[in-house]
Write a protein that binds this ligand. Sequence first.
Ligand SMILES: C[S@@+](CC[C@H](N)C(=O)[O-])C[C@H]1O[C@@H](n2cnc3c(N)ncnc32)[C@H](O)[C@@H]1O
Length: 280
Amino acid sequence: MEYSNLNLSDDVFKKLKDMIYEISGIFFSDQKKYLLETRLSKRLSLLNLSNFEDYYNYLKYSPLKNAEIKELLNSVTTNETSFFRDMPQLEVFVDVLKQIVQSSGNKAIKNIRIWSAACSTGEEPYTVGILIKENFFSSGIKFEIVGTDISEKVIESAKNGIYNGYTLRNASQTILGKYFEKIGDDEYKIKDEIKNMTVFGNVNLIDGGEVKKFGSFDIVLCRNVIIYFDAESKKKTIENIYESLKAGGYLFLGHSESLHSISSLLKLVGLGKTPLYKKE
Ligand SMILES: C[S@@+](CC[C@H](N)C(=O)[O-])C[C@H]1O[C@@H](n2cnc3c(N)ncnc32)[C@H](O)[C@@H]1O
């Protein structure tokens, strides 16, 4: 069967995109039909199905539907990421962390918790770990980093902690030498001192129950994910993150993302290099 020629009708596209939206909040506009078609063709091929209608019915009624929904999410998510992505924003992150560390000086704060809320293959939480090691080596505070994503596939990859040179293109030779072990021509393994600071798991950001799973945080990074959502899913995500932030905690979005006309729960406290939001 020639799967590259499979055609996704408007009717089945609507049913599939509504299903994906209900589960994940990810919104496929009509202009993105080709993207869904391409991304799901492989699933049809693997399941030996001859059309998208059969695939939709498989997702709805098959006894194996729960496993396939996980595959669906692995297929439809965009997982692009890299180490030290958006450095100017990460500089603000370090400044904010310094403030939290300083303000904890007189109090009994012994640990600071940071959540990378759609962490893809782990580059973001491991970058946070490296920045902490570089800047707060002797602070005496315990840092806990949690990395989560809706896709099981990327979380497995994050737990493995093995990367190629392309995703490490922004890391200096010094950082590479200090925190990675070269295990192949173009393969680098994150060292245990960073890996052991980080816990990974699956969390769907639009599911309030799942979001509570990992407790509350001083800083949440939710970068480059709400761009895939419509206004309603963005609002739900922000309400869930709000509940997970400690009072006085901070939220970083991607540099092109904003809560303008989405939610006023969090106060905008930083512009310039990056939009930064605070729970008062
Ligand atoms: C483009 S990556 C961003 C990775 C990283 N935060 C960064 O900025 O480099 C977006 C990630 O959001 C995840 N995602 C999409 N919808 C989600 C949802 N409802 N809950 C949790 N993660 C989701 C995707 O699986 C994907 O790995």
